[in-house]
Design a protein around this ligand. Structure first.
Ligand code: ADP
Length: 264
């Protein structure tokens, strides 16, 4: 029996060693993947920062030109360019900051009462320029009878804005987007559909991860950080809601967001 005990102990030891080894290997692979994703993010980021910075510097140079200074329209044009690019830089910084806040668990909701349909109208107004520049169309069917909620209005406008932004970005020419609402148990369900490139089953699970971007095909011609959907999901879940996705490749995607009324 001495022998039996010995071999039992050594079997246990071997098992422990094997499992800790496996765990180490898995961790290493995970870290490696993460560092690849982070690298991608930094590349993306520098690339996206460079464009507005160089545009602004070109516009500044043009403004120094005496001929440009004489022409009011040209002058205004360049000022507008600087203004727009500056706004874009601001928005990028905002996005990164928001995600950092989310990751630290620091984000606090500022709940007020409002009509959710106003949030949709606000988001549509905010996206209007982008939509026009792509010759897109948004149709709405705001069917929810009860659309009053107590929630964080600013973040929810961002949520709808992000979904619309993606619907435009990942559609081909002239995006066709549909927004509809309905009431389901004690809350409002919002559907945002596009007829864009769609998302494969494998990727459907991953796109809500921070920094994840689908990297096949020509998707990477589209600018982005892979922060939008993880932000959307976090905000929706902070409200006690959920987000669903139905999508078919080349046919389009429908993101459905549920927000509970937030009051008794
Ligand atoms: P970003 O758009 O900045 O890359 P997101 O987190 O908003 O980051 O989206 C993650 C990925 O999900 C995108 O890179 C894109 O590949 C995919 N995706 C998001 N929305 C759509 C959509 N409406 N249609 C097709 N693909 C989408």
């Amino acid at each position: 029996t001495q022998m039996n005990i010995m071999s039992a102990i050594s079997t246990i030891f071997i098992l422990v060693i094997i499992s800790s080894f496996t765990y180490t290997i898995i961790t290493i692979f995970r870290q490696k993947k993460l560092s690849l994703i982070k690298n991608d993010f930094i590349n993306n980021m520098t690339h996206e920062l460079k464009t507005p910075i160089s545009t602004i510097s070109l516009a500044c140079q043009a403004l120094r030109d005496k001929d440009v200074q004489k022409s009011e329209t040209l002058y205004q044009n360049y000022i507008n360019v600087i203004n727009e690019e500056n706004k874009r830089l601001g928005m990028m910084a905002e996005k990164v900051l928001q995600t950092a806040q989310l990751e630290k668990g620091k984000l606090r909701l500022n709940k007020v009462g409002f009509n959710f349909h106003d949030v949709i109208e606000d988001a549509i107004k905010k996206i209007d320029l982008q939509l026009k520049s792509r010759h897109g169309r948004i149709s709405t069917q705001l069917g929810a009878e009860f659309s009053f909620v107590e929630a964080d209005k600013v973040h929810l406008v961002n949520v709808i804005f992000n979904l619309l932004d993606n619907a435009i970005k990942y559609s081909h020419e002239s995006p066709e987007i549909k927004i509809s609402t309905e009431n389901v148990n004690k809350g409002i369900l919002i559907h945002v559909s596009d007829k864009g490139m769609g998302i494969s089953k494998v990727n459907q699970k991953k796109i809500f991860d921070t920094l994840y971007r689908i990297s096949t095909g020509n998707v990477h011609n589209v600018k982005g950080f892979g922060l939008g959907l993880s932000y959307v999901k976090a905000i929706v879940e902070l409200h006690g809601g959920y987000i669903n996705l139905e999508s078919e490749i080349k046919k389009g995607s429908t993101f459905s967001v549920f927000i509970p009324f937030g009051f008794e």
